[in-house]
Design a binder for this molecule. Structure first.
Ligand SMILES: Nc1ncnc2c1ncn2[C@@H]1O[C@H](COP(=O)(O)OP(=O)(O)OP(=O)(O)O)[C@@H](O)[C@H]1O
Ligand SMILES: [Mg+2]
Length: 231
């Protein structure tokens, strides 16, 4: 299976717009791409068709024909980690191996699969398994979405360390939400994290008024990200 796992240093960091942007860009290059969100949670259902808004965005970016269940096999209606959401709902935590099947199915049907994580790599899925375990089982390279604000070196270096701990193949970092007028900290953050993490910063994306995956995809087109994740 060929694909990429898009994780982030935190929730709300831009994983969905970046994952959808990558998928849109690869599709533009003529690759048959699918995008999925194996685990999602949320306070309410997004629409009749999609329980999670993230799945809806990923499906739109790839013009998917698959059902919500195929693209998002696990959804809990509590905005929390899958483990906590399941416990609050008095349900069983997700079957981590079971969630691999729909991913593998997409991987057989399509040339490339872009997979969005949930929160960060140490989000618990069960008492014993984290998102990083799922990535290892899926055997996909990782792209980390992060921010340039104060605190980012800690968040980014922790995430890169966890990638290494779990033996994940980290392809690069995307710094999202760079302000129009960055402070010295924000401006220098991508250079410093690249140096200290020993991982390339593949793109720096600006803070946008109305972010959308096509605009992100067009910005990513100017970088080497497609080559890096297709390599
Ligand atoms: N570069 C950007 N400029 C402005 N807003 C952005 C940018 N990137 C993301 N956003 C906005 O920030 C919010 C969070 O982004 P997104 O949903 O992609 O994050 P996420 O990491 O996928 O979050 P979650 O953990 O909920 O899946 C969204 O409203 C999105 O539109
Ligand atoms: Mg998301």
């Amino acid at each position: 299976m060929r694909g990429v796992f898009v994780t982030g240093t935190d929730t709300g960091i831009g994983k969905t717009v970046v994952a959808a942007g990558i998928a849109w860009l690869l599709k533009k290059k003529g690759i048959d791409v699918a995008a999925m969100k194996p685990f999602a949670t949320g306070g309410k259902f997004f629409s009749k068709k999609f329980k999670s808004e993230d799945t809806a965005i990923l499906a739109a970016a790839t013009r998917a024909v698959e059902s919500d269940e195929e693209l998002n096999p696990v959804f809990f209606r509590v905005p929390a980690s899958p483990l906590m959401a399941a416990q609050i709902l008095k349900k069983s935590p997700p079957d981590v191996h079971g969630a691999l099947f729909p991913l593998k199915k997409l991987g057989i049907k399509h040339q490339f699969v872009v997979v969005e994580g949930i929160g960060g790599l140490m989000v618990p899925l069960t008492e014993r398994e984290f998102v990083a375990d799922f990535v290892r089982l899926a055997d996909l390279p990782v792209v980390v979405v992060t921010h340039p604000r104060l605190g980012t070196l800690n968040h980014t270096l922790l995430t890169v360390r966890v990638c290494r701990d779990f033996g994940l193949d980290i392809r690069g970092i995307i710094v999202n939400l760079m302000p129009k007028k960055p402070s010295a900290v924000e401006r220098n953050a991508p250079h410093v994290m690249q140096r200290l993490a020993g991982v390339p910063v593949l793109a720096v994306l600006p803070e946008m008024k109305k972010p959308d995956y096509k605009e992100i995809g067009r910005l990513l087109e100017k970088t080497s990200i497609a080559e890096k994740i297709l390599a």
